[in-house]
Write a protein that binds this ligand. Structure first.
Ligand code: GTP
Ligand code: MG
Length: 166
């Protein structure tokens, strides 16, 4: 979907260095970590592998997470329902109750990509989120960095107001 490419763009944007060339980014098997500071908020980003066989380890990270960035390949319309189901299952986990959710409808540069509004409608988030749970959908293109900075600024503001940080 582009999680590691997103993390590289986040690091490039907020640490002011060149992102890793996309051709060098392999599917994630272990864990990539990004540490950065955004508007006096220290962020530690954990980027996990999305392959089905690797999803079982995600839940080891839930209890210590303050926010969730969920990256969807908006151009992969055949698997968008699978992505929605995986997110719904995630959000049903008690350790993620009320967590601020940043949903990135990624690959907006690709032909046939669903718009952020279409992804939002397709995902039916109100079925699985608490009424006051902070959530926002951004249409991003991680390859070029489009909308990455704005989306992280939104998340940082949501985290500031979050009861998960105490
Ligand atoms: N066109 C386009 N391709 C993208 C974009 N973001 C990522 N990609 C490509 O999508 C593929 C997968 O990107 P990754 O960042 O490795 O995806 P991932 O979600 O980390 O994948 P796993 O680690 O296997 O879970 C690569 O070929 C990327 O170059 C984007 O915004 N637009
Ligand atoms: Mg990856």
């Amino acid at each position: 979907a582009g999680k590691t490419t997103v993390l590289e763009q986040i690091k490039a944007t907020f640490l002011g260095r060149e992102p890793m060339p996309p051709a060098k980014i392999a599917p994630t098997v272990g864990l990539n970590i990004g540490r950065l500071q955004v508007r006096r908020c220290k962020l530690i980003c954990w980027d996990l592998g999305g392959q089905a066989a690797l999803r079982a380890i995600w839940e080891k990270y839930y209890s210590e997470a303050h926010g969730l960035i969920y990256v969807v390949d908006a151009a992969d319309t055949e698997r968008i329902d699978e992505s929605r189901n995986v997110l719904h299952a995630l959000l049903g986990h008690p350790d993620l109750a009320g967590i601020p959710l940043l949903l990135l409808a990624n690959k907006q540069d690709a032909q046939g990509a669903l718009s952020p509004h279409e992804v939002e409608a397709r995902f039916g988030l109100q079925q699985v989120l608490e009424t006051s749970q902070p959530r926002q959908v951004f249409g991003t293109a991680a390859l070029t960095g489009e909308r990455i900075e704005e989306s992280i600024h939104w998340l940082v503001e949501a985290l500031r107001d979050s009861p998960r940080i105490g």
